[in-house]
Design a protein. Structure first.
Length: 244
């Protein structure tokens, strides 16, 4: 048998894959209200492990809503499905977020992603996950970082990322401008840190003296930071060059 439909009150029959999308109280609560009014319109989709455990491929929020209400959960078992089906099925219904992809690869034991999750947790509430992903990326390329995240080839540079975010925090402590915690600044600062003659104390001193504008494009913000950095520097050899 490859495919069958059932319903049950025994919620213990089900378990989640490590790389399932996270459930949210908000979503579950909405489903609870919907189930009260209309019942469970769409069954959850499961695979079946050799030990008989039913693994939820799609519908973990529906399962929690039914459990909260104490109503039977309707489910479909397709024995052709497995853990790899989680991404394929969910991404056709609603695209995985960057966090979803990171957690999926971390769950598969990829150390760069495990460390990236740790850094995301370290800076939670200060920087977005997207900002942290860009700060800690070991490569600078014309390809989007998201492409590396999705395909599982993202590489992390902990030293570079920590330096970048900490400098942004120091700049924020001087100017108290939340724009300094955004991705465009983080990418520009990351580029500056790679310059041979860069001295962060010079930048921190000069942002007090010269107005710093944050532009939508990284290249423009980078050039703005260079302009501020060079402010009042008398030696041409100490000045940093803008990009064309």
């Amino acid at each position: 048998m490859q495919y069958y439909y059932k319903e049950t009150f025994d919620y213990s029959l089900f378990d989640f894959y490590k790389d399932n999308r996270e459930t949210t109280d908000q979503h579950v609560n909405k489903l609870v209200e919907s189930f009260k009014n209309f019942g469970q319109m769409q069954p959850i989709l499961c695979s079946k492990e050799p030990n008989g455990k039913l693994m939820v491929v799609d519908g973990q929020n529906r399962l929690l809503a039914a459990k909260a209400l104490g109503t039977p959960i309707k489910y479909i078992v397709d024995t052709n499905l497995n853990s790899h089906s989680v991404t394929e099925i969910n991404s056709t219904q609603k695209n995985f977020t960057t966090n979803d992809w990171i957690k999926r690869h971390a769950a598969q034991g990829k150390q760069d992603y495990i460390e990236l999750l740790r850094q995301i947790d370290n800076y939670k509430g200060t920087f977005s996950a997207s900002c942290i992903v860009h700060a800690y990326s070991a490569v600078s390329t014309s390809r989007t970082i998201t492409a590396y995240i999705k395909e599982g080839t993202y590489k992390i540079n902990v030293q570079k990322g920590t330096k970048t975010l900490n400098l942004c925090l120091k700049m924020f402590s001087v100017l108290e401008d939340k724009a300094l915690l955004q991705r465009v600044v983080i990418r520009a600062v990351s580029k500056m840190l790679g310059l041979e003659n860069f001295n962060e104390n010079t930048l921190l001193k000069n942002i007090k003296l010269k107005k710093l504008n944050i532009w939508p494009r990284t290249s423009d913000t980078y050039n703005e930071l260079i302009s501020v950095y060079n402010y009042n520097l008398k030696s041409e050899s100490n000045k940093l060059r803008k990009i064309a």
